[in-house]
Design a protein around this ligand. Sequence first.
Ligand SMILES: Nc1ncnc2c1ncn2[C@@H]1O[C@H](COP(=O)(O)OP(=O)(O)OP(=O)(O)O)[C@@H](O)[C@H]1O
Ligand SMILES: [Mg+2]
Length: 248
Amino acid sequence: MLLNIEHVKKSFAETEVLRDISLHVEEGEFVALLGPSGSGKSTIFNLIGGIMEPDDGAITLNHKVIHGKRGLIGYMPQQPSLFPWRTVLENIVLVQELTGKPNRQEAKEWLEKVGLQEFENAYPIELSGGMKQRVAFIRAMLSKQNLLCLDEPFSALDEFTRISMQKWLLSVWETNRKSILFVTHSIEEALFLADRIYILTKRPTMVKEEVIVPFARPRDESLLNTEPFFHLKQKIFKQLKDELDEGL
Ligand SMILES: Nc1ncnc2c1ncn2[C@@H]1O[C@H](COP(=O)(O)OP(=O)(O)OP(=O)(O)O)[C@@H](O)[C@H]1O
Ligand SMILES: [Mg+2]
């Protein structure tokens, strides 16, 4: 098991956010997190990324406790957080500068793959929200860590760019098989991409359900129009809706 989160709790002052979270990601696995807004998905990522520490419970990577340790995972935060004084290319190679030798050629190839080759010398202020997301995404991909944590990486993209980025992510993942933990609000996206999905309750948050996604790989868009896909999508939709309806 690559990442293991066991009985993690986290509160902010009076607000109990994570009540009891246990989840894991196997080597080479693609796992999605689905849950209501404010349920603590980004908080889980901040804990894994070492930006915060859990109040209780344990987070291990390769069986080692990683509380408060940064730089062990490839992390794409929900806000792309690019440095405004660095160009696109220099933002991408930043993590590599910190950990070793920056590979600008590789960064350029990735920019081309996501259609941003003309922007390598642009500054973040010149980019749209979706472009910034793509840059932050490449930076996470190039971090050379075995686990990538992607927090709603495609949320700012239009429908067509999103589908092409999803397909592209799948093809990259199918060749290099890094482990991915992926937050999304889109049930369809989770079902299209993931091997397993954790559905979270609302705050104070626990894991409500673990769904094993049964669809064969490689997957393509035709899957989205099949009866089993639609059926599972409806089932998860109902679980999330029940969660939100409760107590209203
Ligand atoms: N550093 C912090 N200090 C205080 N409260 C925080 C902090 N970080 C998160 N919270 C609170 O924790 C709760 C969960 O926030 P979080 O951003 O993890 O939710 P989320 O599931 O990622 O939501 P969304 O789907 O909207 O991105 C919210 O109530 C938020 O206000
Ligand atoms: Mg979030």
